[in-house]
Design a protein around this ligand. Structure first.
Ligand code: SF4
Length: 335
């Protein structure tokens, strides 16, 4: 019988195992842009993105990297007696900054006291070897634990077009393969209630990131901000949103199909405070998380319960003859 604490792979526990103590992520919010907003790929960005570029819960972006890290360190130190931190470059598309500026930001973080890791948020189509070189240098010279957060949102490439992501699934797979060659860990962001996705898409999300060896996942529920394209659709009554009950079913199915080694950084997203038209069904993210954990317990299910589809699953009934030609064994069984 599994205990509630082992029903999914919790990030905070993973960090303790990895670093030997609690580690806290410090958001760094920098002014920037995104090729999906400045005209390189398109204007307006993803249909859910407001002008803050997903950096709404961080400090003002006119503070330097060092100032933001120090203020946030002080906050976590006072509140949680924290001692080790990961610098999290959160807003906009960090590897779309000029190369020298990106290098300077990474260097600021890598030389700041008690920073043990750097997490860089970006788009799958903004991964190039030059930017990866800078991260390799920080890893080699400053012993930084590096990971890259890639927004994907869904594997459904038709939905990717509808939400105006400006990239398809192929760019995500390409980015993952190239980051893997540098041996950095990857976190993928997914939204499980996009109006054009169904349960099959949710399960395929879990299967694809499991097959690609992604290390971390952040789940979000869609929030809708006034003034965005999605907000306009919502106000015109053009969006068909699923209920909270259906969303919870999707998260549970997602977890069941997910590789149990993948670490869940976030089970439920938080929306911005201002201009929000829809967020988490007017329910606190904490209550949704508690309900998810309760249902995992009641239904006696867990992350990875249905993770049985890789490594030539269709061969499970085929029998092989062993090396000395004397015995037959089912595929997958050690001979
Ligand atoms: S990729 Fe990120 S920053 Fe760019 S438009 Fe989409 S959500 Fe906004």
């Amino acid at each position: 019988m599994r205990t509630s604490i082992s029903r999914y792979n919790i990030y905070s526990r993973h960090l303790i195992n990895k670093f030997g103590q609690k580690v806290y992520k410090l958001p760094v919010n920098l002014p920037g842009s995104c090729p999906n907003r400045d005209g390189t790929l398109g204007y307006g960005g993803c249909i859910f993105c407001d002008e803050q570029g997903s950096g709404f819960d961080a400090l003002p972006n006119n503070l330097s990297v060092t100032e933001q890290l120090r203020q946030n360190k002080e906050y976590f130190r006072r509140r949680f007696n924290a001692n080790k931190y990961i610098a999290y470059f959160q807003s906009f598309t960090n590897t779309y900054l000029p190369l020298e500026q990106f290098a300077a930001n990474i260097n600021c973080a890598a030389t700041e006291e008690n920073i043990v890791g750097i997490s860089v948020s970006t788009r799958p189509d903004c991964i190039s070897e030059e930017y990866l070189d800078i991260l390799c240098k920080a890893q080699a010279e400053k012993n930084m634990d590096i990971n890259i957060e890639l927004g994907l949102q869904t594997v459904n490439y038709h939905t990717l077009r509808k939400i105006n992501r400006g990239h398809t699934l192929a760019e995500f797979i390409d980015a993952v393969l190239r980051i893997h060659r540098r041996q950095f860990e990857i976190c993928t962001h997914l939204i499980l209630n996009l109006p054009w996705d169904n349960m099959d898409d949710v399960i395929e999300n879990a299967k694809l990131i499991s097959a690609l060896g992604i290390r971390y996942v952040k789940l979000h529920s869609l929030y809708i901000v006034r003034g965005t394209e999605l907000g306009n659709m919502y106000e015109r009554g053009k969006l068909d949103l699923i209920t909270l009950e259906k969303y919870v079913r999707r998260v549970i199915s997602f977890l069941e199909y997910l590789d149990p080694d993948i670490v869940i950084q976030r089970l439920v997203g938080k929306g911005p405070q201002n201009k929000v038209l829809f967020c988490n069904w007017d329910t606190s993210w904490w209550k949704i998380k508690q309900e998810l954990e309760r249902l995992l317990e009641v239904e006696d299910t867990w992350q990875g319960k249905k993770f049985n589809y890789l490594n030539g699953k269709a061969l499970s009934r085929v029998w092989y003859i062993d090396a000395n030609q004397s015995n037959y064994h089912p595929a997958g069984k050690n001979i």
